[in-house]
Design a protein. Structure first.
Length: 373
C-alpha cells in the first residue's frame, strides 16, 4: 500500500475544526496522504470558525460552501449538493467526517451517493435521545459508513447491538462490510498536545466555567431562565464566581426574552464573554474548579484536564465519565446544586487513558493505510 491516498476531510462546525486539528498534525507530516479540505459553511461566524483555523493551524479549505441558512432542510440540501460536487471533481479514495452535526450527515450522504467509502470519526456514540438532532445524525451516518472509528468500548458495543460489526478480510470496505476500529479520542489528542502548557498550581483555582447551547436548554426562554436561576443561586451559596462564553444561539435566545441579561448576570458574579478561542477555552477548563456544560466536547476536555463536570442534560454519550464519577447528569435545573456541590467537594482528579494516550489520529491513519479501498 505505498501509493498516495487521497482523503476528503469534511468539516463545518466548531467541534469539527478542533477534532480535525489532531488529524491535520499527522497528515501534514505524512508522505502517504494527499488531503482535500471542505468547509461546509455550517458555522461561518468568525468566533466559531475562522479563529479556530488560525489558532489550530488548519489549512485554508480547498472548497468552502455557502449553504442557505433560512431553514435546516435547505442548509442540509445545499451542503449535500456541494460535497457531492467536490467528490465528483476530486474523486477521493475516502471521505472523512467527524461527530454528529448536519455537516457530518451531509458528508455521509454525499459519499454514499458517489460510492466513495466513508470514514466516521466518533462512530457508535449514542445518547438514545431521538429528540436530539445529533442522535439522528449519528445513527444515519454510522449506517452509511465503511470505517467506523469508535473512541470508547461503549461505542463499539452500541454498533454491535445495532448489527454493525467488524468484518475481516481483504475485500474492499463498504457499509455492508464495515471495519469497526477502536481507537482513542481525537479531542483528547488535542488536550494532551496543548494541555501541558498550564502550571499545575493554577489548576482548579479560577472561575467555574459555564457553556450552554443545546436547543433543548436554550431555545425556550423559560427553560434558559430556569438554568440561569439555578446557577446563580448555587454560585451565591457556594461563594463561587463563573465565566460564561456565550454561544451565538444562546445570545439570540437571551436577547429575545431578557433585555438586560448581560448586565444582570455580571452583577451576580457571572462574567459574560464571547465564545473563547480553543486555547483560552482549555485554559479556562483547567483553571475551573467545576464545569457546568451541555457540550459533548467540553465534557471530554474536562476529563482530559482532570476537572469535574456537571452535564446539563438527562443523557450523555460519554457514559464512562459518569460511571466513574468524574461527571454527573443534571437533567433538570433543580438537580444542579447537588451535582455541582458534590463535584466541588470531590475536587480534581488524575485523568487516565480512558480516551487513549493522545495518539488516536496516528492510529486512525495507520489503520486506513492498511485497508483496501
Ligand atoms: N469551545 C471553544 N470555545 C468556547 C466553547 C467551546 O473553543 O467558548 C470548544 C471546546 O473545545 C469544545 C468545542 O468547542 O470542545 C465543542 O463545541 P460545542 O460545544 O459547540 O459542540 P459539541 O461538542 O457540544 O457538539
Amino acid at each position: 500500500m505505498n501509493s498516495l491516498r487521497h482523503i476528503l476531510v469534511v468539516v463545518g462546525a466548531r467541534p469539527q475544526f478542533i477534532k480535525a486539528a489532531a488529524l491535520q498534525r499527522v497528515l501534514r507530516n505524512s508522505a502517504a496522504w494527499n488531503s482535500t479540505w471542505l468547509h461546509t459553511g455550517q458555522h461561518h461566524d468568525a468566533s466559531l470558525s475562522a479563529q479556530f483555523f488560525e489558532e489550530l493551524e488548519l489549512p485554508v479549505p480547498d472548497v468552502t460552501l455557502t449553504p442557505r441558512s433560512e431553514s435546516r432542510e435547505w442548509r442540509l440540501g445545499d451542503m449535500m449538493h456541494g460535497i457531492r460536487k467536490a467528490i465528483q471533481q476530486g474523486r477521493p479514495d475516502w471521505v472523512l467526517v467527524f461527530g454528529d452535526t448536519d455537516s457530518t450527515l451531509a458528508g455521509a450522504w454525499a459519499a454514499s451517493a458517489e460510492g466513495v467509502p466513508l470514514v466516521h470519526v466518533e462512530a457508535g456514540l449514542r445518547s438514545h435521545d431521538w429528540a436530539m438532532p445529533e442522535e439522528v445524525n449519528r445513527v444515519l451516518t454510522d449506517r452509511l459508513s465503511s470505517v467506523l472509528v469508535c473512541p470508547t468500548d461503549a461505542a463499539v458495543e452500541h454498533l454491535n447491538n445495532e448489527g454493525i460489526r467488524h468484518t475481516q478480510g481483504s475485500d474492499s470496505v463498504h457499509p455492508t462490510r464495515p471495519r469497526v476500529l477502536r481507537t482513542g479520542d481525537v479531542m483528547h489528542d488535542n488536550a494532551v498536545h496543548y494541555g501541558a502548557a498550564w502550571p499545575e498550581e493554577n489548576r482548579g483555582t479560577g472561575k467555574v466555567l459555564i457553556t450552554m447551547h443545546r436547543p433543548a436548554n436554550v431555545d425556550h426562554p423559560d427553560r434558559l431562565r430556569a438554568w440561569m436561576n439555578a446557577m446563580t443561586s448555587w454560585l451565591s451559596d457556594s461563594g463561587q464566581s463563573a465565566v460564561f462564553p456565550v454561544h451565538p444561539r444562546t445570545v439570540a435566545s437571551f436577547d429575545s426574552s431578557w433585555p438586560d441579561w448581560r448586565h444582570e448576570l455580571q452583577q451576580i458574579g457571572i462574567e459574560v464573554v464571547h465564545p473563547l478561542g480553543y486555547l483560552d477555552l482549555l485554559k479556562a477548563l483547567c483553571e475551573a474548579p467545576v464545569v457546568l456544560t451541555d457540550s459533548g466536547g467540553v465534557q471530554k476536555e474536562a476529563f482530559s484536564m482532570g476537572t469535574r463536570c456537571v452535564v446539563l442534560r438527562p443523557t450523555t454519550e460519554w457514559v464512562e465519565q459518569v460511571e466513574r464519577g468524574h461527571s454527573s447528569l443534571a437533567a433538570e435545573p433543580s438537580d444542579l446544586a447537588a451535582c455541582a456541590t458534590r463535584a466541588l467537594e470531590q475536587g480534581r482528579f488524575a485523568p487516565d487513558d480512558l480516551y487513549g494516550s493522545g495518539q488516536s489520529a496516528q492510529d486512525i491513519l495507520r489503520c486506513l493505510e492498511a485497508l483496501p479501498c
